[in-house]
Design a binder for this molecule. Structure first.
Ligand code: SAH
Length: 463
């Protein structure tokens, strides 16, 4: 068949078997064994009747019309709006089904790099809904009403109104609604990215899971909001638990949500929360894991597989505000951290002081460069934790690790695809994986997967 004739037509109705699920959670049906049609809400092994909604040269998109042969774990969560907005692609799988699918996705990633390793069952949570401690919600006047929700994933213009976001702590959903009502009461102008007029762009809420401190951030295109003092007072009065109302000025026309330009309208400039008993300060821009309960499980798991000893020198690379290193500092001799965002390192210093930690030092630097520097200085770490962004590690960083020969290298990953690629490199350079790769579900209802693996040198039999 000539390459320019595509095997599907727009609007055509077809049937097929889902043979893959992509990292973004979309199911794949291969037409003629080669041409992928991608579908939301289509799970492995299901037979689906679908309509073709978009045809491109290399792949197409479809809309599920009917599930002819469902996965035994399929449920009807009655939350179609979450699929429309694309925020919870796995919502129609039972929670056990989600954990199985994530384990399979990690297995698939390692198999693609011919890395033979056991992948443990995904560690789940007893709270697979209403877990997030942060949300950033756009708002828009639709049919004369001020609406909050997320945009339709197809047209990206229509706001899908939401009351129950399903993944946020319930206090956060309630706060979004109350703040929206206050803004509506003051007829606050909303930013229009077509005309570049108006002010309010997003409502951000952060809430400390243990502290119950709640921060409201009004993200505005204008540096001042009309009636901002009255609005802040009204929010302070009406929103339970609020300790902080902040205006974030974002005049940019990109899709960046917040800038670093914050002004406190009422209350404190930041909130606090704890992780494994340590206090952390959280500002509007701080990186802070969004699922507080599973983050504690994740850090505990990372610390357990590292079998920390009181004599250990530990590196915490890609450290954010220092959460991993600072929660293990009392179990080891020294913690050295590296993170590229200066503001996060400044938060780490505050966290070190607030927790009276005396054996930790954090620096602002590119992690691969800093690792090379430490290596050149002759540093001999016993344990290295890495927690890189989705793109994973660089060979520069891994080469420094291989040269420094830590006896325990703990890889915490939010992307099994790059984790598997990096594992293949480490396996080819004198390291082996000890035990299983352990997926952990930080983001129930979504396709995101976290995983932890311990690497040890081939010639080391001591651990
Ligand atoms: N370990 C932290 C943060 C993990 S997120 C936690 O659990 O909260 C990954 C972090 O890597 C982010 O803070 C990001 O700013 C940082 N980062 C990204 N690229 C980096 C680089 N080249 N060097 C150092 N840090 C980097």
């Amino acid at each position: 068949m000539p390459r320019n004739i595509l095997p599907v037509k727009l609007n055509e109705i077809r049937e097929g078997l889902v043979s893959d699920v992509l990292h973004n959670g979309m199911g794949v049906i291969l037409v003629d064994n080669t041409y992928p049609v991608k579908l939301v809400d289509a799970f492995l092994g299901e037979t689906i009747q679908y309509q073709v909604t978009q045809v491109d040269r290399l792949s197409a998109f479809g809309q599920v019309l009917q599930v002819l042969k469902p996965d035994s774990q399929r449920i009807d969560a009655q939350k179609a709006y979450l699929l429309t907005a694309g925020v919870a692609p796995y919502v129609n799988l039972s929670y056990d089904g989600q954990l199985n699918l994530k384990q399979w996705q990690v297995q698939k990633a390692f198999a693609a790099h011919s890395v033979k390793v056991d992948v443990a069952k995904t560690i789940g949570t007893d709270q697979p809904t209403h877990y997030r401690n942060k949300t950033v919600v756009p708002l828009k006047y639709q049919a004369g009403q001020l609406v909050t929700g997320f945009f339709d994933r197809r047209d990206k213009v229509t706001l899908v109104p939401m009351v129950d976001y399903y993944v946020n702590q319930v206090q956060i959903d309630a706060a979004v609604g109350l703040v929206r009502d206050v803004l509506a009461q003051f007829n606050t102008p909303v930013y229009d990215d077509g005309t570049h007029q108006g002010a309010m762009r997003y409502i951000m809420i952060r809430r400390g899971y243990y502290s119950h401190e709640l921060m409201v951030v009004l993200v505005s295109h204008e540096s001042e909001l009309p009636n901002e003092d009255e609005i802040a007072k009204e929010i302070a009065q009406r929103v339970p638990e609020v300790t902080s109302v902040i205006l974030n000025h974002n005049p940019r026309s990109t899709n960046q949500q917040l800038t670093g330009d914050n002004r406190t309208l009422w209350g404190q400039a930041e909130i606090h929360d704890t992780l494994l008993g340590r206090d952390f300060v959280i500002g509007p821009n701080s990186f802070y894991q969004v699922n507080p309960k599973t983050t504690e499980v994740l850090y505990q798991l990372a610390a357990d597989v590292a079998e920390l000893k009181p004599t250990d020198t530990v590196i915490d690379a890609y450290s954010g505000i220092g959460t991993i290193g600072l929660t293990v500092a009392d179990k080891v001799a020294t913690v050295l951290g590296v993170e590229v965002v200066a503001r996060a390192v400044a938060d780490a210093q505050i966290n070190i002081a607030n927790n009276h930690i005396t054996n930790a030092q954090y620096v602002t630097a590119d992690a691969p460069e800093q690792m090379q520097r430490w290596k050149t200085e002759g540093l001999k770490p016993d344990v290295i934790f890495v927690d890189p962004p989705r793109r994973g590690l660089t060979t520069e960083l891994m080469d420094a690790v291989v040269d420094m020969q830590p006896d325990r290298f703990v890889y915490i990953s939010c992307n099994p695809v790059t984790m598997a690629r990096d594992s293949a490199y480490l396996l080819a350079h004198g390291y082996q994986i000890k035990g299983s790769v352990r997926p952990l579900d930080q983001f129930p209802q979504t396709a995101h997967i976290e995983a932890v693996a311990l690497f040890i040198p081939n010639d080391d039999t001591s651990v």
